[in-house]
Design a protein around this ligand. Structure first.
Ligand code: PLP
Length: 387
């Protein structure tokens, strides 16, 4: 069988992926094969996926609206929880309007073709998330890739284009696999100088960065209406879904053109109600963000001092570079035996030769969790001669 051969070849290269069944999980622990492990792999940065108020908002909405949404919103209408969440998102992101999608992935594959013009040009960072790349491929515009966070390379590409060619620059606010930030002030400046548009995927910035947790734009002091912005409900917001924000006209345009909005069932009202509750908590409880950053500093400085090699991370995403996929798997397995759950990230999720262990810290990890993880990493790192 062709399938078997393909899978065997992947396994031989240490690139085969397998699903693991989790018996239970909360913000900081999961149970796998009957063993409870400290969870260092979730994007539930603020613990909101497990917050009582968020769960209650979902169950109340289920009681009122049922579970499924029935059809696309263009067919069966917009339930109140969708509308309320969109108003809240627009307000949170300081824009006029917002639109939710079934996932962040669906948002990107819908929004990029809507933003890019047929004869236009898309310039995307090399480390952009697969959903951004797929969105760029679906768009009819020409796609060029610039070196990661390299504004001079981007400028060269901008200089080459004809002045009137519609151009869209695509980046992430916080890069999902490296944890570093885009040089957003410089990108914004370049976009203005060359009359290009800028789309920021703020999946990992929202709820995490900025004085009020509004995300990467707030962190850099960039006006929300001066670029396009999308994000997910699935990370710090702790639920599921994606969104895009912008002017009323832009959002109406997306409603009328984005196929991944038009031709798919609306996300469940209960999830929208839960996301609203989570955003309220992000705004009402800034101490969650303070705890997150304090935990992040503890973990990063602890591991860095031991000699682990990291990406240029500036966020709660802490990728330990081990290069070789076999070594990354071995480290992940050893950590699991030591009671810590951290996934090995391998190609094609990251470029060849840059396999890594991607630890993510949350506000909910306790001092004891962090100390156990640091201790386990030291032992495993020494055993594998990484430090
Ligand atoms: C997770 C992620 C997405 C996709 O979001 P989902 O809601 O999981 O589909 C898009 N972009 C980036 C940068 C992400 O990290």
């Amino acid at each position: 069988m062709m399938f078997d051969r393909y899978l065997q070849a992947l396994e031989a290269q240490h690139l085969l992926r397998r699903l693991r069944t989790i018996e239970s999980s909360d913000a900081t622990r999961i149970t796998v094969d009957g063993r409870s492990l400290i969870l260092m792999a979730s994007n539930n940065y603020l613990g909101l996926a497990n917050h009582p108020a968020v769960k209650q908002a979902a169950t109340q909405a289920i009681a009122q609206w049922g579970v499924g949404s029935g059809a696309s919103r263009l067919i069966s209408g917009t339930a109140k929880p969708h509308q309320e969440l969109e108003e809240q998102l627009a307000h949170f992101k300081q824009t006029k309007s917002a639109l939710v999608f079934g996932s962040g992935y669906a948002t990107n594959v819908g929004v990029i073709p809507a933003l890019a013009e047929k004869e236009g040009l898309i310039l995307a960072d090399r480390l952009c998330h697969a959903s951004l790349i797929d969105g760029c491929r679906l768009a009819k515009a020409e796609l060029r890739v610039f070196h990661h966070n390299d504004t001079s390379h981007l400028q060269k590409l901008l200089e080459k284009k004809s002045a009137r060619r519609p151009t869209l620059i695509v980046t992430e606010g916080v890069f999902s696999m490296d944890g570093d930030l885009a040089p957003l002030s410089a990108l914004h400046h370049l976009a203005q100088s060359y009359e290009a548009s800028l789309l920021v995927d703020d999946a990992h910035g929202t709820g995490v960065l900025g004085a009020s947790g509004r995300g990467t734009l707030e962190h850099f002091g960039i006006q929300a209406h001066s670029c396009f912005q999308m994000g997910t409900l699935s990370k710090a917001i702790g639920t599921s879904g994606g969104y895009v924000v912008g002017t009323n006209a832009f959002i109406q345009y997306v409603i009328n053109t984005a196929r991944s909005f038009m031709y798919t069932t609306a996300p469940p009202p209960a999830i929208m109600a839960a996301a609203s509750a989570a955003i309220s908590l992000i705004q009402a409880e800034p101490e969650r963000r303070s705890r997150l950053w304090k935990n992040r500093e503890r973990m990063y400085t602890g591991l860095k001092a031991m000699g682990f090699s990291f990406t240029e991370t500036q966020s709660p995403i802490l990728p330990i570079l081990v290069q070789d996929p076999e070594k990354a798997l071995a480290m992940s397995e050893s950590l699991s035996r030591a009671g810590v759950y951290v996934p090995a990230i391998r190609p094609p999720t990251v470029p060849k030769g840059s396999s890594r262990l991607r630890l993510t810290v949350t506000s909910e990890h306790t001092e004891e969790h962090l100390e156990s993880v640091i201790k386990a990493c030291k032992k495993v790192g020494e055993d594998l001669r990484l430090i």
